[in-house]
Design a protein around this ligand. Sequence first.
Ligand code: URA
Ligand code: CA
Length: 433
Amino acid sequence: MRMYDIIEKKRNGGELTKEEITFFIDGYTNGEIPDYQISALLMAIYFQDMTEVERASLTMAMVESGDQIDLSAIEGIKVDKHSTGGVGDTTTLILAPLVASLGVPLAKMSGRGLGHTGGTIDKLEAVPGFHVEITNEAFIDLVNKNKVAVIGQSGNLTPADKKLYSLRDVTATVNSIPLIASSIMSKKIASGADGIVLDVKTGAGAFMKDLEDAKELAHAMVSIGNKVSRNTMAVISDMSQPLGYAIGNALEVKEAIDTLQGKGPEDLTELCLTLGSQMVVLAKKAKNIDEARQLLQEALTNGKAFDKFKQFLESQGGNAEVADNPELLPQAKFKIDLPAKSAGKVAAIIADELGTAAMMLGAGRATKESEIDLSVGIVLHKKIGDSVTEGESLLTIHSNQENVDQVIEKLYESITITTEHIEAPTLIYQTIT
Ligand code: URA
Ligand code: CA
């Protein structure tokens, strides 16, 4: 087999076989095929697209390029959730104990990563004592016993995806549905999930800013999952404004605690119920979405989800008292309100700009080496469509620096108030089951 022929076939719009796809992924991973040939192929894929069968083959070739996590020692159907990324997205902190309280095993492998705030692990580490440095055996035992545990990412998962993603980054081929879909799905499949629920975000704060692109990506990923025997469902949700009110690590833990007690923000609660219902159905703990939703709603109001959260914190060394006393979480020194400059309706709260403001306060990492300040962030008091009076606080900045002039300037640029009538944006655009 020659790489030249594979490039030529795709350039001319042909369909690559599983063998051809495995050939170029293996050859690239082990360094036998050079960057320039893979670059040419990526550009051909960008213009010629891939069939559903090619996409599934590409995904599995990337899965098989490295280690795969074996979760077979965990009883039941393991379901994982993936979000394409947003601002103030606290859903994992809520969903993990919520679905576990219904007996769905949640073996969560999570990273720290870069971003506006930390990842799930960073957020959980805001709980004094909580740690993810546990052995694989302890992790499996905890999931079997409590149905939920979190561990840091380890092993050499999908090395082909890491190499390809770096190359796409410098060859203008990131924005390709078959390449994005196979990249995301390969990582979920290598992590050992039997069932996968995808939260595909759309809007200013999302990777897929355009709704039609988000729909296409969601359908592409569901198709790949189902083709390779991982039942997959998806939700397309809004990320034009931040989710919930809190953006920041400890602040989002507090928001998760409120939500697990049935008194969280409406949008965050709704999204958790929608995604959670799909997870419960995939794990076969309910017959259909409506029954699953009913069970989840009960778990939020009867204390089952909240108790599961406390058990989860305690089992990994965390001080579960924070659930009843959130003031035990790290607190920022200064709380500074942002008054509205005029009266009217909130027309825009640009999600990624708010994320950047949170990062300027120290809530997220700009580089892998940056330290995160778990206590800082932003708590909104208004969302799109809400009325404000002049001078009313739009949000509170939680900071450890007294001077936040630059952050304030950024926030005023990101929030628009109008005298016209504004409706709250749609939260869930589509569910794919
Ligand atoms: N996220 C991924 O993991 N892969 C992509 O290709 C794009 C976004
Ligand atoms: Ca939030």
